[in-house]
Write a protein that binds this ligand. Structure first.
Ligand code: HEM
Length: 526
């Protein structure tokens, strides 16, 4: 019987066997695709709706993407009156409508992926606090990873190790070491502006690119110390990468797949150059450290110092980062640390031009503490009004619009069981503009709401999350605030400012929330 089966199989021509196998593979792949694009979204939708969750219905492959694009395009063509800070309908128009119609916990679709939006700060913190990666960070598309490899991509054990090594480098005490680098970059900015003043003592400029350059300089100096110029080249290449990725996003998904397009080839080239500069810097630094030089006064030195240690403060043995990982972290600092702080500084200048009474109060405080002298660490920590202002700007114009996580196993959040594969959106901007949390004056610029501390500023003591929360909270939040304070105070010491007539109040939310048409400001030397 077996023999006859084998003989009949032998008589089947090879071509039929190959065609049969190919047909089977194709059928199998097609069924997987149908599952991914149709059955799985429908299954997840049924599971979520069965629990009473309301929201938009699944549309094959595109989900809500077309509506999202259309509404966004419409919103981006609009502008707002000056002094109006109710920006959510312009930044996230579709989401605002979905939340209004279906409630603060609702569902919508990012293409074929169901997205549960959770608007409650306590639940948002519960998601962000999860230490076990059950709500994992959403991964970047392949080419963005060239740029943003490193910490943001790590999960589980690997990420815990990175945190253990990087946290001490960003410890508040260590930040004092960075102060001279921060001050130098800020002074250079102010000197550049002063040289550009016209004969009437005024200068009109778009401050956003200026602040991008400033934050790039700050990272180069604080990360690489005396090797600042090589670091500056890395920053320049990184900025080019960001622009290229943004361009690819505009064309659509094929733009950022790993196809050998001209853009992608250039990005690979850029990336190789970035990595080779960083490898050079690390090599030099390690040699200097082995020769006993004190090189711990910048981020790279602090990272490598932690890296070379074999045990922690409790005597537990630890393994350091690999050189590849240090390279990735350096790249990440540029990405995470430049645009965010420059956006904060830019909105601060815009908002204080709209509210000159607060600009005057901030200047009075700076002048009373420092006069026109150099800023010092202790003094900066005593600034009250400036801190209140920065918090209020971070609330109204938080650089990050929302945080995203994804369930990789079934998870329960606020009574809703989310199966694996569901995106969780925590809409920071909507929470920051919610009258139920911040009161009826939610859209007003009122720094005084923070007078008694962050926890007393709103009805929910944990509602203020501009740097996220939990184990993945912004590693450099203290550093970012120090940087913003030093830059802003140095500017206040030298200039008064107001909006230039060409400024249009509109918001662009491509990656982070920046002013749509730039930030044209008129400076006057004082
Ligand atoms: C005003 C300025 C800043 C704001 C508002 C900000 C905000 C944030 C937020 C919201 C996250 C978490 C994102 C998420 O969970 O999805 C984050 C992460 C991060 N930030 Fe910042 N950031 C700022 C400045 C900086 C600076 C100056 C640096 C570096 C020098 C930096 C380095 C990082 C890094 C490395 C992470 C990833 C942490 C991790 O994944 O564990 N940030 N930041």
């Amino acid at each position: 019987m077996v023999l006859s089966t084998l003989m009949s199989a032998a008589s089947v021509p090879w071509s039929s066997l190959v065609c049969g196998t190919l047909g089977f593979v194709l059928l199998w792949q097609a069924s997987r695709l149908v599952d991914l694009l149709w059955w799985q979204p429908r299954r997840l939708e049924r599971a979520l709706r069965a629990q009473g969750l309301r929201g938009t219905s699944y549309r094959f492959v595109i989900g809500d993407m077309m509506d999202y694009r259309r509404r966004r395009k419409e919103a981006q063509s609009r502008s707002m009156p000056l002094r109006c800070h109710s920006i959510a309908p312009l930044v996230a128009p579709l989401l605002c409508d979905i939340v209004r119609e279906h409630g603060k916990t609702c569902m919508s679709w990012y293409a074929m992926y169901p997205k549960v939006t959770i608007h409650d700060p306590d639940l948002a913190k519960e998601v962000l606090s999860n230490k076990f990666g059950h709500f994992e960070k959403v991964k970047f598309p392949p080419l963005s990873r060239l740029l943003a490899a490193g910490l943001a991509e790590h999960e589980g054990e690997k990420w815990v190790k990175h945190r253990r090594i990087l946290n001490p480098a960003f410890h508040l005490e260590k930040l004092k070491l960075m102060l001279p680098a921060l001050s130098t970059s800020c002074e250079e900015l102010v000197n550049r502006w002063t040289r550009s003043l016209g004969s009437d003592g005024t200068y009109e400029l778009d401050v956003f690119p200026e602040f991008q350059r400033l934050t790039g300089d700050v990272i180069s100096r604080t990360a690489f110390g005396s090797n600042y110029l090589e670091g500056a080249r890395v920053f320049q290449l990184q900025s080019e990468q960001v622009e290229r990725i943004a361009g690819a996003w505009k064309i659509g998904i094929p733009g950022y797949l790993s196809l050998p397009t001209k853009n992608n080839r250039k990005m690979h080239q850029n990336n190789s150059e970035i990595e080779s500069i960083l490898h050079g810097l690390i090599g030099k630094r390690m040699q200097a450290m082995q020769e006993g030089e004190n090189t711990k006064e910048d981020l790279l030195g602090l990272m490598l110092e932690s890296n070379m240690r074999t045990s922690d403060d409790n005597g537990q043995s630890i393994s350091g980062m690999t050189i590849k990982e240090v390279v990735e972290e350096c790249k990440l600092f540029y990405l995470a640390g430049t645009e965010t702080t420059s956006i904060l500084l830019t909105w601060t200048m815009i908002v204080l031009s709209m509210h000159p009474e607060w600009q005057d109060r901030a200047r009075e405080e700076v002048i009373s503490l420092f006069g026109k002298n150099k800023l010092n660490y202790e003094g900066v920590n005593r600034l009250k009004t400036v801190t209140l202002i920065l918090y209020e700007v971070l609330r109204l114009y938080s650089p990050a619009v929302a945080f995203f996580r994804k369930t990789y196993k079934e998870m329960k959040i606020g009574g809703i069981t989310c199966p694996a594969g569901v995106l969780i959106e925590l809409p920071l901007l909507l929470m920051n503009h919610d009258p139920d949390i911040w009161g009826r004056d939610v859209h007003e610029f009122k720094p005084e709401r923070f007078t008694n501390g962050i926890s007393q500023a709103s009805k929910n003591p944990g509602a203020f999350l501009p740097f996220s929360w939990g184990p993945r909270i912004c590693i450099a939040q203290q550093f970012a605030l120090l940087e913003a304070k030093i830059a802003f105070c140095t500017i206040l010491q030298c200039f008064e400012f107001e909006l230039a007539p060409s400024y249009t109040h509109a918001v662009n939310n491509t990656r982070l929330m920046r002013p749509m048409h730039g930030a044209q400001i008129k400076l006057r030397a004082i």
